[in-house]
Design a protein around this ligand. Structure first.
Ligand SMILES: [Zn+2]
Length: 303
């Protein structure tokens, strides 16, 4: 209950509240319920929205009247008044009625203006995944350590116009949980939307599952976006992708993971994007990152 709601209750006309409680109000007066009254000793002051009994001295505003007459505590009296007058108190409102807190981009924007990679992040991105530093810079990946000294990789999500709409934090300690953390209101659904501005008609846009595969795809010279891993696309996002393919005259491709869930995701996507093209990973590679790393290792061996 906030102060505005409380004020609403305090502003309820005192005589109306008295009538709702069953008193018969005449000429701003009624029988006092707080003593054995036969002369309408309780009077109302409309200008101050209060009541007072000249005999027993009881006095107060609408909330006091309900508390005293119905023998309720403050909170109960407020609830009663709110119910009687169709006022919805914050404490009552079901979750879905309350607007979700929007993502506060201003809190995070500065982290991505000067991305900084700690040792753990450099190891993760360059030693383990062999990602192209230009891709890492373009994606503005940065890192930080929390109070416990846990290193996190921080990935910004932008919309097509380059506005920051979400942040994904990835725990860089192997096997640690939770692996991902998102600030409140972060919209981390389709990753790398700004790449759409670079597409030329006829080009292929790849869809990957998760950011890691997307970075590998970009490092391999493809244009790619990512959808959250193992999650089906939201209807709104599928709609967006459908519109884009026709608007930009591009084709959409996917290297499904080399397992049953991977193929299932492909079929689910193909349902909403009928033109989705299936690319086959060579046997022995579980996902595109895996494939990309094995290619890089081979290059290293020959170079
Ligand atoms: Zn009285």
């Amino acid at each position: 209950m906030d102060k505005y709601e409380l004020q609403k209750l305090r502003d309820l006309p005192i005589e109306g509240v008295a009538e709702r409680l069953g008193f018969q109000v005449k000429m701003h007066k009624c029988l006092c319920p707080f003593h054995d009254d036969h002369h309408a000793s309780l009077s109302f002051k409309v200008s101050k929205n209060t009541y007072r009994c000249f005999v027993c001295g009881e006095s107060g505003g609408p909330i006091d009247l309900v508390m005293k007459y119905l023998r309720k505590d403050f909170r109960e009296a407020c609830r009663w008044l709110a119910d009687e007058n169709n006022i919805i108190l914050t404490e009552y409102k079901p979750e879905e009625d309350r607007p979700p807190k929007p993502f506060d981009a201003s809190r995070y924007e500065r982290f991505f203006e000067r991305p900084w990679l700690n040792d753990e992040a450099r190891k993760f991105l360059f030693e383990e995944r062999h990602l192209d530093p230009r891709v890492v810079r373009w994606c503005r990946l940065t890192s930080w350590k929390d109070k416990q000294g846990v290193p996190w990789l921080q990935t910004p999500y932008y919309d097509r116009e380059g506005k920051l709409i979400g942040v994904q934090n990835r725990n860089l300690v192997k096997g640690a949980t939770p692996r991902f953390r998102f600030p409140q209101g972060a919209e981390c659904r389709i990753y790398n939307l700004p790449v759409l501005n670079l597409l030329k008609p006829g080009e292929t846009l790849f869809i990957t599952e998760g950011c890691s595969d997307c970075w590998a795809m970009l490092s391999a010279g493809h244009k790619a976006i990512a959808i959250p891993s193992a999650t089906l696309l939201k209807h709104k996002d599928a709609e967006l992708l459908r519109e884009l393919t026709s608007e930009l005259q591009i084709t959409i491709g996917m290297y499904p993971d080399n397992d049953t869930p991977g193929e299932r995701l492909f079929l689910q996507l193909k349902d909403v994007l009928p033109n989705l093209i299936h690319y086959q990973l060579p046997l022995g590679n579980k996902d595109f990152s895996d494939y990309y790393v094995s290619m890089k290792r081979k290059e290293g061996d020959h170079g």
